[in-house]
Design a binder for this molecule. Structure first.
Ligand SMILES: NC(=O)c1ccc[n+]([C@@H]2O[C@H](COP(=O)([O-])OP(=O)(O)OC[C@H]3O[C@@H](n4cnc5c(N)ncnc54)[C@H](O)[C@@H]3O)[C@@H](O)[C@H]2O)c1
Length: 481
């Protein structure tokens, strides 16, 4: 008999489907915790480093010939933003829903693009990925398709950028890593919060030693979207309701984790060791469903699912001894928070509630004048260079455009990307690991080392403009919808 935690682990991690574990899966466990640890270690040992994508500079592309897959809420806004970046040629726009693909095409805000529409068929995105005149695929579909699409695109010789999370199983995180290494194609996670103004400031301050040694960081995604989860028109096929119905853990960890992972130099001199996770009960989702089902019989099919607890809190221990706290709650009525906390031996930073604050020592937070003084001295050049334009373009206050512009500029100048495949895998894997921990009484679980040992020597990456910065922003009269 296989133990429950082992069985749930294999299911949640997707590792059972990987084939490489058939012997171990049938073995009877003597110690449950060490068995899960054992499986993770064996998987890690199954993979051998092929090529280190950390710091890898791919050949420069003067024009980035781009195809988009999934142009609903998020992807169509990305079409608009990328059309404002010089050196981007939009070659293809794919959405299973033709009206979405057409609407996204109409948002192109500059001349010279010959965007072919791919729509109607669930698999038509593959046809676009096979085109030889496309270099780069931008994926903004629902979560379940991210890894499959990213892997296929890399196998067709394309760089890929994928919305968050990049994958929803441990197995798919490994697949992303090995495919990127084998093909030498970038797999970039589109974690826009890494480019928000205060997050960029704290990253720069951390690199200057302002915080001293980093003791502890916190991040969160707290956003009440309960109503919209049930709305037909909000998302394709209510995909996000299904995720929240079937899974219980931190389903959306990367907004909180991305910026602090960069501060903590994860995968570059430091790494996450293990995680433990706890979820509250579900106070909102099922009650809401039961209320709505009375007038909408189409929702009855969701009644069979267990539903995610409102608040998930996951804690992580890092190799350098520091800790992380991550939270996820998208169904409790409370103010929005993308908590961003850095606590060091010398100083402290916190965003949410707004305005963001800095403190030195245990007294009061610094006043506005002192804050502004530190901010003006330490805001990275990329913000002064592109920040004002980004705020005009819009998209989460400007961070979306900074992210897109920076990625295209790196591709055009042949520079390493800010968020590589190891970041994509290790930030996204918190989802399935937290699910396992929640399902098993908050037991600790190892965080896989997707760098396969190379984290020790990988160089720290900084987001700067010492190289690159040559990509222009195009003028347009067309406003973001
Ligand atoms: N970074 C952020 O701030 C942020 C914000 C919102 C959403 N997102 C992410 O963006 C992604 C999309 O979210 P959304 O709100 O735009 O969802 P959405 O449902 O509006 O968009 C997804 C699109 O994918 C299309 N699609 C589904 N299957 C397809 C297939 N087989 N081939 C081609 N197209 C297909 C759908 O028709 C839909 O238009 C998610 O991963 C989400 O997490 C990120």
């Amino acid at each position: 008999m296989m133990s429950t935690d082992r069985r749930s682990f294999l299911k949640l991690s997707g590792l059972a489907g990987l084939g490489i574990l058939s012997n171990q899966v049938s073995a009877s466990p003597s110690n449950q915790k060490s068995n899960v640890h054992h499986i993770l270690k064996q998987v890690e040992q199954t993979y051998k480093p092929i090529f280190n994508m950390s710091g890898y500079a791919a050949p420069a592309l003067s024009t980035v010939r781009t195809g988009f897959i999934g142009v609903g809420n998020r992807g169509s806004a990305a079409v608009y933003r990328l059309s404002l970046i010089d050196g981007v040629a939009i070659k293809g726009i794919c959405d299973v829903r033709d009206e979405k693909a057409q609407a996204a095409k109409a948002r192109i805000a500059s001349d010279g693009h010959e965007a072919t529409i791919y729509s109607g068929d669930e698999d038509v995105w593959k046809e676009m990925c096979r085109r030889e005149d496309i270099d780069f695929i931008y994926v903004a579909t629902h979560w379940a398709m991210h890894a499959e699409m990213a892997i296929y695109a890399m196998e067709q010789g394309k760089h890929v950028a994928v919305e968050i999370p990049a994958a929803v199983t441990v197995a798919d995180c490994w697949r992303l890593v090995t495919t990127s290494e084998r093909t030498k194609k970038h797999c970039v996670i589109l974690e826009n919060c890494c480019y928000d103004f205060f997050e960029m400031l704290t990253l720069n301050l951390a690199r200057q030693g302002f915080f001293g040694e980093i003791v502890h960081c916190e991040g969160a995604y707290i956003h009440d979207i309960l109503e919209s989860l049930f709305k037909e028109e909000a998302r394709y096929d209510k995909w996000r309701l299904l995720e929240n119905a079937k899974r219980n853990g931190n389903l959306y960890p990367t907004h909180g984790l991305g910026p602090i992972a960069q501060v903590l130099k994860l995968n570059r001199g430091n790494k996450m060791e293990f995680l433990t996770s706890v979820s509250s009960k579900d106070f909102s989702l099922r009650p809401k469903l039961e209320e709505l089902v009375k007038t909408n019989k189409d929702l009855e099919k969701y009644l069979k699912y267990p539903f995610r607890g409102n608040m998930n809190t996951s804690t992580i221990k890092n190799n350098d001894g520091s800790t992380i706290m991550l939270q996820h709650d998208v169904s409790t009525p409370r103010p929005y928070s993308r908590l961003h906390v850095i606590s060091g031996t010398e100083a402290f930073a916190q965003k949410y509630p707004l305005p963001a604050k800095l403190a030195i020592g245990h007294e009061e937070f610094l006043d506005e004048v002192k804050f502004k003084e530190i901010e003006s001295k330490n805001t990275p050049k990329i913000i002064s260079y592109i920040g004002e334009m980004a705020q005009q373009v819009g998209g989460h206050g400007g961070m979306d455009f900074i992210m897109d512009w920076r990625l295209i500029d790196c591709l055009r100048n042949g520079l390493p990307v800010d968020m590589d495949v190891y970041d994509a895998a290790s930030w996204s894997v918190i989802g399935p690991l937290s699910e396992w921990s929640v399902a098993n009484g908050s037991k600790p679980i190892e965080v896989p080392d997707f760098t396969m040992g190379r984290w020790k020597d990988n160089l720290v990456h900084n987001i700067h403009l010492e190289t690159g910065g040559t990509t222009k922003v195009l003028k347009t009269n067309k406003k973001q919808d």
